[in-house]
Write a protein that binds this ligand. Structure first.
Ligand SMILES: [Mg+2]
Length: 261
């Protein structure tokens, strides 16, 4: 059996069960098998991730050097496909469209591996004076204890780190960055106090700023035309899924990712 055919079988390409479970009107296409395989198997994926984190560490070190009076500052990182790779879950799903209930259940009995380069980056940041690490994820509060265990197991968790999940559907990442991290008026960040965000790491536009629908498409045009992308933003590659699959529609993206009662 060829490797390509074997992979297709593992990922359930064209499986009848997948087609039956994913109502076409409500879902975008399930993750492409090639995208999942690239993430899981390619040296190119590992190299790009390592390079992004290496550049990120260089940027942060340089920033701290140029601002010696910096006190309470942090780096903000997303979790899924930023510091932990979800490819094994996608493989286990056999090509089915994302289902949050299955995702939560799967996480109760599995741990995810770190994204290449993430540990070296975090270890490097923690060695700098005044540094804090803040993880902001849209994982539900019930998943956070297990998430912390996974981060610890992957060597990514450090003393004093913050892990901020999504409490309600309106608890956007932008809101958490501003009210929790930068202003500390949110109880989840009160103890840490207001922190300056020096750099952000994510695999989705919303990990960096509030960009929806046409705003995201315009931002893409400006990047292509002028290279207009904030130097504090470090993007990890994720060809498996993303708001780009639904034209950056908040409603559609929420419907696809908040589909567990
Ligand atoms: Mg992510």
């Amino acid at each position: 059996m060829s490797r390509r055919l074997a992979l297709a079988l593992v990922l359930g390409l064209g499986s009848a069960s997948g087609a039956a479970e994913a109502p076409a009107a409500a879902r975008t296409a399930p993750p492409d098998a090639t995208a999942v395989a690239w993430d899981r198997d390619s040296l190119e994926y590992a190299a790009v991730c390592s390079e992004v984190y290496r550049s990120g560490l260089r940027y942060v070190r340089e920033f701290v050097k140029k601002n010696p009076g910096l006190k309470n500052w942090c780096v903000v990182l997303d979790i899924d496909d930023t510091v932990l790779t979800t490819a094994p879950f996608r493989v286990a799903e056999g090509g089915r469209a994302f289902n949050e209930c299955r995702w939560i259940k799967w996480n109760q009995s599995h741990f995810l591996d770190p994204v290449p380069g993430a540990k070296r980056f975090l270890d490097g940041v923690r060695g700098l004076p005044g540094a804090h690490v803040v993880f902001i994820t849209d994982r539900r509060p019930a998943m956070l204890e297990r998430t912390r265990m996974n981060l610890r197991r992957a060597g990514l968790w450090g003393k004093g780190d913050l892990l901020i999940g999504q409490d309600t559907p309106d608890d956007s990442k932008q809101k958490r960055r501003q009210e929790c991290v930068e202003r500390a008026i949110d109880p989840r960040c009160k103890a840490a106090g207001p922190m300056m965000i020096v750099a952000l790491f994510g695999d989705q536009a919303l990990d960096f700023k509030s960009l929806h629908g046409g705003e995201a498409r315009s931002a893409r045009d400006r990047i292509i035309r002028d290279g207009a992308w904030d130097p504090r933003y470090f993007v990890l590659p994720n060809p498996m899924y993303g708001a780009w699959t639904v034209g950056y529609s908040t409603e559609k993206w929420r419907a696809e990712n908040r589909n567990c009662p």
